[in-house]
Design a protein around this ligand. Structure first.
Ligand code: ADP
Ligand code: MG
Length: 324
């Protein structure tokens, strides 16, 4: 991908001290590119530097991460998009799977509905091997895109033996190829969503900080607990508060209630409502690639990404503490 990052962004993403980055450069094959008066780093070198200073040696523990809510418009796709790009920038290799026939995540990663590509429908129904359907969209990010074919998936899936475990079986042989697998879902309680939920190591419920969303969340959590019971397995879930508006009483109250009712499941990071999320969708480029690091979206997705890395990898601490 043709994108450039400043040293200060690299320090921000990785927690590195600028002098250490400069010192490291003298002993490595990484050198800055001069663009006008400013020195920047290519996307590939940025991945190497951010990984070296922030996330070296971390072992993925919760590999399969699903973004879910059966309410539409809560930000599932936006969060999945920014988090997958954040993880890739931190040097991880990720696979993103689009399970929503609306295909917004696929568009964001550069697919066009008129393109000829394979989807999860082809993988499940036509037995196209997963590896053949997956496309590399940039270094560190592979994508299984979607399109309207997914609207035809439910019927054949429902007729398959062990229908709730089909997706889990399909991804099990490719899990080793990726550090993380991020899955965007459609807002329904469908068999495909039950499939990805059961295959997940973490179910990330993206929730708006609004009264209706909180009511919907209660039902959703009941549904997750019910599925856990029926399938006799533990489903680990986290709640990501999105579209927070610090100036409105309803948003403040909703966040307060989330903190009270879901203490053990609520992420500490809160994604504020920010126009840059819409701009990223329009530009088809994650905010890290063009945004100012003082932008709320840049800051919040970075905080959330770091918290998710901390929760999903072994070794406890995500910063390389000696910063060498
Ligand atoms: N934190 C945010 N601030 C501002 N707009 C947001 C935020 N999160 C999502 N949006 C916008 O809300 C709309 C719905 O988001 P989307 O990610 O498509 O939700 P979902 O996938 O849950 O349907 C999109 O227009 C998106 O740009
Ligand atoms: Mg969506």
């Amino acid at each position: 991908m043709e994108a450039f990052f400043s040293q200060s962004v690299i320090c921000y993403l990785s927690g590195a001290i600028p002098s250490n980055v400069s010192r490291y450069m003298t002993s490595s094959d990484i050198s800055p590119v001069k663009r006008g008066k400013r020195k920047s780093f290519s996307y590939q070198d940025t991945r190497k530097l951010v990984k070296h200073f922030g996330y070296k040696g971390l072992v993925p523990k919760k590999k399969v991460q699903v973004f879910f809510n059966f309410k539409g418009g809560t930000g599932k796709t936006s969060v999945c998009y920014h988090i997958s790009s954040f993880f890739a920038l931190c040097g991880f290799n990720v696979l993103v799977v689009d399970c929503d026939p609306q295909a917004h995540l696929s568009y964001s990663w550069g697919f066009d509905i008129y393109d000829d590509y394979k989807t999860l429908y082809d993988v499940i129904v036509n037995h196209v091997p997963f590896e053949e359907a997956v496309v590399e969209v940039c270094e560190g990010v592979h994508c299984l895109p979607s399109n309207l074919s997914l609207t035809r998936l439910e019927l054949p899936l429902n007729q398959m033996p062990n229908r709730e475990r089909v997706f889990g079986k399909l991804i099990s042989p490719i899990k080793d190829k990726y550090d993380f697998i991020f899955i965007d879902t459609n807002p329904t309680i469908s068999t495909i969503n039950r499939n990805v939920t059961l295959a997940s190591d973490e179910l990330n419920v993206v929730c708006e900080t609004q009264p209706y969303s909180l009511r919907g969340l209660e039902i959703l959590i009941d549904e997750i607990l019910h599925l856990s019971e029926v399938m006799d397995m533990q489903i680990s879930y986290k709640i990501i508060p999105n579209k927070y508006e610090s100036k409105t009483a309803t948003s403040q109250e909703a966040l307060g209630k989330l903190r009270l009712d879901y203490k053990n499941h609520l992420m500490n990071s809160v994604i504020r409502k920010c126009e840059d999320v819409n701009v990223a969708a329009k530009r088809m480029l994650p905010v890290f690639f063009w945004g100012n690091k003082n932008s709320n979206a840049f800051e919040d997705f970075c905080d959330l990404g770091k918290e998710m890395i901390e929760n999903s990898t072994s070794q406890g601490t995500f910063y390389n503490t000696n910063n060498q």
